[in-house]
Design a protein around this ligand. Structure first.
Ligand code: F0G
Length: 456
C-alpha cells in the first residue's frame, strides 16, 4: 500500500475554532502584526512551532500517574537518568526546564570573555546565551546551505575547511564546537554522520570539545538512514548511539523530538564542566535530581526517549512533512529543498519579490497567511536574525529569509496539513497582494518574541 497512515489513533480530541477574515484582521492588528502575540484560541491550525506541543501517548500518561514527586532522589529521576545514560552514553546527566536553560547553564559555567564558539548554525537562543557571556560565535554552514534549492542531502553539515582554519586561528580561545541537529535556522536540514566524524577528528587534534544541540536528533538520525550510504539497514536508535559516541557532550530541548510539553537536558563526560554546570543549576534551575521538572515530566520524557526513535513513527513523520512540501512545490511555491522532518520552509524573498528586505518579506507573508486562512506560522529570517551593525548603523540581513510551517508531533491529521498547503498555494496565486510590514517596536535581542509592526 502506498498510503502512509498516522501510526496512532485519537482517544481524546480538542475542538478547533473557526474565525472570520474580519476577526483575524482585528486580532492580528491588536497583536501588533506579530503572530507570536496572537491568542492561541484565535488560531485555527497552529504551525508556529513544533516545540512543547506534542500529543502525549497513552504510555506517557500512564507513566505520569506512577510518578514520584519527592523533593530529591526520586524514583522518577533515577528512571530518567538510566534511560538517558543508555541512549546518550555520557557519564553525567543534568536535567533542566527547557533548551535555553541548558544553553544558559552551559554558557555561564564554561564561557569566558573572548572565547570563540563554532557551529554549523547557532540557534537564536544559543547565540544569545553565548554572547551574553562574552563569546564570539561563528556560524560555518556549507555553501550549499545558503542556496534554498541546492539538492545537497546534508545541508546541515559544518564547513570543515573553515572549522579547521578557524580553530587554528583562534588558538586557546577556541572553547567548543556545536553541531545543531537538525539545523533549524536554515531549513531543518540534517547533519551527516560523516561530517560529525570529520568534525570530531579536527576537534580531537586541537583539543576542543565537540557538542551537539540535539533538539531534533531522532529526525536527524532517520534522515541519515534514508540519505547516507551505509545506514539504510541500521535502526534509528543504533544511529543515535553512534552519533552521541562521537561527542563530548549534548545540550537539548526535550520539547521537540523528545515529545515533552517541557524539559531540557545536558549530558557530558567532563567532570569539571559537570560540576560547574551543577553549581549554576542549584542557583537558577533546581536540584540536581529534578532541574525544575516535576516527577511526572521526567516520567513522560523517559517513555518518550523510546517512542521518539520508533521507526514507524519517524517514517510517517518524514512522509507527512514531505507531502506538505511536495504540494507547495507542485504549485510553484519557492520552498527550501530537500525537505527536512519538522517543518517546511518557504523562501520569503522569492515568494514576495515586490517587498524589499526592510519590509520583511517572510514575516509579512506569515501575517498574510494567518489573515487568509487562520494558519499560524513563524519566520526565521529578517526579524529573527537581522542585526544592527553598530559600526555603520545599517541593518545586516541574514542570507535566508524564511517562513516556517512547523509540524507539531502527533497533533494534526493529513487533512489539516492539506488545508495549510491549500492556503499557502492560494496566497501564492495572489502574492502581489501581500503587504509589507515595518518595525514599530524592536528590542535589542530576540525580536521575534516581542516586536511589533505596522503596514509599511
Ligand atoms: N535549539 C534549537 C535547535 C531550537 O530549535 C530551540 C527552540 C532551542 C534550542 C531552544 O529550546 O525552546 O526548549 O528553550 N526552538 C523553538 C522553535 C522555539 O520553535 O524552533 P527551548
Amino acid at each position: 500500500m502506498k498510503t502512509v497512515i498516522e501510526p496512532y489513533r485519537s482517544r481524546v480530541v480538542e475542538p478547533l475554532r473557526m474565525t472570520t477574515r474580519e476577526e483575524r484582521e482585528r486580532y492580528i492588528r491588536e497583536a501588533g502584526y506579530n503572530p507570536f502575540l496572537l491568542l492561541a484560541e484565535h488560531v485555527l491550525i497552529d504551525l508556529v512551532t513544533d516545540s512543547g506541543v506534542s500529543a502525549l501517548s497513552t504510555r506517557q500518561w500512564s507513566a505520569m500517574h506512577d510518578s514520584d514527586e519527592s523533593f530529591t532522589g526520586s524514583r522518577s529521576f533515577e528512571r530518567f537518568r538510566e534511560a538517558v545514560k543508555a541512549l546518550f552514553g555520557h557519564a553525567f546527566v543534568i536535567p533542566c526546564h527547557q533548551g535555553r536553560a541548558a544553553e544558559h547553564l552551559l554558557a555561564r559555567a564554561v564561557i569566558r570573555p573572548g572565547d570563540v564558539v563554532f557551529a554549523n548554525t547557532h540557534f537564536a537562543t544559543t547565540r544569545e546565551n553565548l554572547e551574553e557571556e562574552g563569546a564570539e560565535v561563528r556560524d560555518l554552514p556549507i555553501a550549499e546551505a545558503l542556496d534554498p534549492t541546492s539538492p545537497h542531502p546534508f545541508k546541515g553539515d559544518i564547513n570543515l575547511g573553515r572549522l579547521e582554519a578557524g580553530i587554528a586561528e583562534a588558538g586557546p580561545r577556541a572553547r567548543m564546537v556545536i553541531l545543531t541537529v537538525t539545523d533549524n535556522s536554515r531549513g531543518g536540514q540534517p547533519v551527516s554522520l560523516g561530517n560529525v566524524r570529520a568534525a570530531r577528528e579536527i576537534c580531537r587534534r586541537f583539543g576542543v570539545p565537540l557538542w551537539l544541540d540535539a533538539a531534533r536528533f531522532a529526525e536527524n538520525c532517520y534522515l541519515v538512514k534514508l540519505r547516507e550510504q551505509g545506514y539504510a539497514q541500521k535502526a534509528p536508535r543504533e544511529i543515535a548511539r553512534e552519533l552521541f559516541s562521537l561527542t563530548d557532550g549534548v545540550f537539548m530541548s526535550l520539547k521537540k523530538d523528545a515529545l515533552g510539553n517541557t524539559g531540557g537536558l545536558i549530558t557530558l563526560d567532563d567532570p569539571a564542566w559537570a560540576e560547574a554546570i551543577r553549581a549554576r543549576l542549584l542557583v537558577s534551575e533546581g536540584i540536581p535530581s529534578a532541574g525544575g521538572l516535576a516527577g511526572r515530566d521526567l516520567e513522560s520524557l523517559t517513555v518518550a526517549l523510546g517512542e521518539m526513535l520508533d521507526e514507524g513513527y519517524l517514517a510517517h513523520r518524514v512522509a507527512s512533512t514531505r507531502r506538505l512540501g511536495e504540494q507547495l512545490a507542485a504549485a510553484g511555491v519557492p520552498v527550501v529543498t530537500p525537505f527536512g522532518a519538522h517543518a517546511i520552509y518557504v523562501n520569503g524573498r522569492a515568494f514576495c519579490p515586490h517587498l524589499p528586505n526592510e519590509q520583511l518579506p517572510a514575516w509579512s507573508l506569515s501575517v498574510a497567511l494567518y489573515v487568509h486562512s487562520g494558519v499560524r506560522t513563524w519566520e526565521t529570517g529578517n526579524v529573527m536574525q537581522g542585526r544592527h551593525d553598530p559600526a555603520t548603523g545599517a541593518w545586516q540581513w541574514p542570507d535566508l529569509d524564511l517562513l516556517r510551517l512547523a509540524v507539531p508531533r502527533r497533533v494534526y491529521s493529513q487533512s489539516h496539513l492539506d488545508y495549510a498547503a491549500e492556503a499557502v498555494v492560494e496566497l501564492f496565486q495572489q502574492r502581489s497582494s501581500v503587504r509589507g510590514l515595518r518595525f514599530v517596536y524592536r528590542p535589542a535581542s530576540l525580536a521575534q518574541f516581542v516586536a511589533t509592526f505596522e503596514p509599511a
